[in-house]
Design a protein. Structure first.
Length: 200
């Protein structure tokens, strides 16, 4: 049986410190993210609809079939894979490409306004969830999703960046100071090179 695997981190586990410590990464990636992978493989074992399929196929099928447990774990794997790639060590995230920057300016007025909108969506997400920068219907938008919900697979939507605001993403380092964690990520750790490649 072909299993879903845990994607490797794109950097060392201490590369985002002190904003996101190696200890947080060890729990977040090594236990939460890895746990979704282990749970999903257990849930889909022996089920023809899902076994041996790609993660993306499992997300789409489980959403359509309202298989909540399978969808939640599959979507959380995808969201976490995307989250780690949305981040970069300080000074390594690059700048938006000319094309992406033009779209940001057209949609938000400036890069700073885009960052503010993304941070605002992250801070105001009630409970657990995600804040996304999306290419949607020919423009850029910021949206947040609750719990495991993901924009992946929605027609005409291309995720560009995401911030995780589940408590396990920041509580060891920041306790209840979600806004401070979000500001530190937005100011110093967004991977604009990744977003630019997604936009292209």
């Amino acid at each position: 049986m072909k299993e879903i695997t845990l994607a490797p981190l794109p950097y060392a586990d201490d590369a985002l410190a002190p904003v996101i410590s190696a200890k947080t990464v060890s729990f977040h990636y090594g236990k939460h993210h890895a746990g979704y992978v282990k749970t999903l493989n257990g849930l889909i074992a022996g089920i023809e609809t899902y076994e041996g399929r790609s993660l993306e196929s499992i997300i789409c099928s489980s959403h359509d079939l309202n298989d909540t447990a399978i969808y939640n774990n599959a979507a959380q794997i995808w969201n976490h894979d995307f989250y780690w790639r949305s981040l970069a060590p300080a000074g390594k995230g690059g700048e938006p490409s000319a094309e992406l920057l033009a779209a940001i300016n057209a949609s938000f007025g400036s890069l700073d306004a885009c960052k503010t909108a993304l941070a605002d969506a992250a801070v105001k997400r009630f409970g657990s969830g995600w804040a996304w920068l999306l290419k949607k219907g020919g423009k850029l938008v910021v949206e947040s999703t609750p719990n495991a919900d993901t924009p992946f697979g929605k027609p005409g939507v291309t995720p560009l960046l995401v911030i995780d605001v589940w408590e396990h993403a920041y509580y060891l380092d920041w306790q209840n100071a979600r806004a401070a964690y979000v500001k530190a990520v937005v100011d110093g750790h967004l991977n604009w090179s990744f977003a630019s490649s997604r936009f292209a």
